[in-house]
Design a protein around this ligand. Sequence first.
Ligand code: TMP
Length: 258
Amino acid sequence: MKKGKKLYEGKAKIIYASPQKNLVIQHFKDDATAFNNQKKAKIDGKGILNNRISEYILSNLNQVGIKNHLIKRINMREQLVKAVNIFPIEFIVRNIAAGSLCKNLGIEEGTTLERPLIEYCLKNDDLGDPMISREHILTFNWLNESTLDLITGECKRINDFLQGLFRGVGIKLVDFKVEFGKTSNDEVILADEISPDTCRLWDEKTEKKLDKDIFRKDLGNLIEGYQEVARRLNILHQQPVLKPISFPKPKEVKIKKK
Ligand code: TMP
């Protein structure tokens, strides 16, 4: 598919125009950032893994009726997606305390929350994506009440589905961030990505981190963590070790002399 002009470049993805009306191409980069862009690196292969993992998750969500922007993956790094106007809010869902929840409220990492906690953050890098309340969203008209309720409901459904999906492969879904937007038909749908860049995923038994915290906290090889997630979801098939083929030595052919 022929890419059109670049429409938007974010920290981990680029959006290009596509030849099809109301559709765009979402390209996954290898760039990793943390702490509002203060820590940066290029991690070979991260974009490929996130493209595959997000495709898998969004197509599964689609199958259970959670409308989203994914049309199809078109190559190793790109997806054809519906064009949306992204709402300026990040929706965070937490099941287990980690990250900023622990830092801001002094809650011990790993504490299981009695019920999923939904938080809202304003998407504004200059302000450091501050946490906002439902009242802020309504007062400043970032979303109307019915859209906010619809998205909050979708966040809970996404959480239920993803918790089950990951539990089935021995992974705890600690928390995640999602973004929503409006299509040209005024439909509100899930957009962006769901990948180990945007979730916290811990091995069920060892609590080993398999997500972007590996990069944020310098815990080792990020690609190995993301590959482990992909492997467990059966996206990344284990490459069989091919035995070298041994050919028998050609037999000597004796040519009889006349
Ligand atoms: P936090 O604990 O740092 O607030 O992050 C909560 C979840 O949201 C975690 O899964 C990481 C994800 N997240 C993003 O995807 N992008 C962001 O910019 C931030 C701050 C968090």
